[in-house]
Design a protein around this ligand. Structure first.
Ligand SMILES: [Zn+2]
Length: 381
């Protein structure tokens, strides 16, 4: 998802509204008045800019609050969201200073005794999005529509630190077959792709799906999920090597978008019919052709706009072909629990491009910006 673009909850964060978590982002100006604070290492973004704004520093340990646990971070995965939080987005205010990092796996360091079955030492995965869990949006599973929703590393402190405080309801058991790095690589992209395909586009068995950038975090998750649903998948890729890996994940056909126009190729592959669903997260460069790639009754579902957010569409095409254009961001906690069942069974798996020590976060950002990775870039503590 989050392949891109900031979320609107930023505004709420500005107003100091943090839902259940109730936690104001800590202001990382050293110990302030509290001379007894225990310090931990963390990456703090104090102002937007280049890679040099990723400031390795020391900040006070997170506090254990009621209804929350403190997790010792073992791995944190990078997302395009990290790039937006670092660079800033015109017209959008992030709550700086902030510790970035949305996807965390680690070990419970502190929790109220046996709070809802959790105890110190449990290995966990942290759901990247939080919300109140009690409102008219949360109860039916529309968590991202909750007025108090947010994402770690975007609207409150994230996991690029030794420890992070998270609501208990955000804890999931780390599958024992996965390393911490693999677990951290899972939640955000899987959840984003799941919500796009299953909840929004209502993918049905036997349909045809075009997945853009099959080597990206969302792309590699979308291929696996569409495969699980028995779909026929076409994936675009930037290189022959990435195309081969997309096929390993389940793509029936791959399209090298730098060499071939994907719209012409979709028409050729489908005998001019088009695909039922396009998983869009590229934006300006592809949106118009993505819409034209759809069969009658097709659905374009978008979660990002890494190449730009403005596009021109032919409205006539939309109504004549009964097309749907669907927006999607994140997903619900319930969906993440459902995804984890498939992960435990080995039907969905994290795709990790590389694991770097957290001290090399700048290199991680460079790899993400260069688009050379297939799957996730993960930082390990
Ligand atoms: Zn809510």
């Amino acid at each position: 998802m989050l392949v891109d673009g900031p979320h609107q909850h930023g505004e709420q964060a500005e107003e100091g509204e943090h839902g259940e978590s109730g936690s104001e982002p800590a202001k990382h100006d050293g110990c302030g008045g509290n001379k007894l604070a225990v310090l931990m290492k963390a990456i703090v973004i104090r102002e937007h800019g280049g890679i040099e704004t990723l400031d390795p520093t020391e900040v006070p340990d997170p506090e254990l609050r009621p209804g929350e646990a403190v997790v010792r971070v073992r791995a944190v995965a990078l997302n395009h969201l990290d790039l937006w939080v670092r660079r800033g987005v015109p017209g959008h205010k992030f709550p700086l200073p902030i510790i970035p990092g949305s996807e965390v796996a680690g070990v419970i360091e502190a929790v109220a005794e046996n709070d809802r079955g959790w105890k110190t030492g449990d290995e966990v995965l942290v759901a990247p999005g939080y919300s109140c869990g009690l409102c008219v949006a949360c109860l039916p599973g529309n968590d991202p529509l909750c007025p108090a929703s947010g994402i770690f590393g975007e609207t409150r402190d994230g996991g690029c630190a030794e420890k992070i405080a998270v609501p208990i309801r955000n804890l999931l058991r780390k599958p024992s077959a996965l390393s911490f790095a693999e677990a951290a690589a899972l939640p955000l992209d899987m959840l984003t792709a799941w919500h796009m395909l299953v909840a929004r586009a209502e993918l049905r068995p036997g349909e045809t799906v075009l997945v853009h950038a099959g080597g990206s975090g969302v792309g590699s998750a979308a291929i696996q999920i569409a495969k699980l649903w028995g779909a026929t998948i076409f994936a675009t890729a930037g290189s022959a090597e990435k195309a081969a890996r997309a096929k390993e994940l389940g793509a029936a056909e791959t399209i090298l978008y730098r060499e071939t126009d994907f719209l012409a190729e979709v028409r050729r592959l489908t005998g001019k019919r088009g695909v039922d669903i396009v998983v869009e997260h590229v934006g300006a460069d592809t949106f118009d052709r993505s819409l034209k790639s759809l069969a009658r009754g097709g659905r374009l579902v978008t979660c990002g706009a890494t190449t730009g957010a403005e596009a021109t569409i032919n409205i006539r095409l939309v109504f004549f072909k009964l097309l749907s254009i669907l927006g999607s961001t994140m997903g619900s906690l319930a969906e993440l629990h459902e995804i984890m069942k498939h992960v435990e069974a080995g039907r969905l798996r994290p795709v990790v491009d590389r694991v770097l020590p957290i001290e090399q976060i700048a290199e991680g950002h460079r790899v993400l910006e260069s688009r050379e990775a297939f799957g996730k870039v993960v930082l390990e503590a």
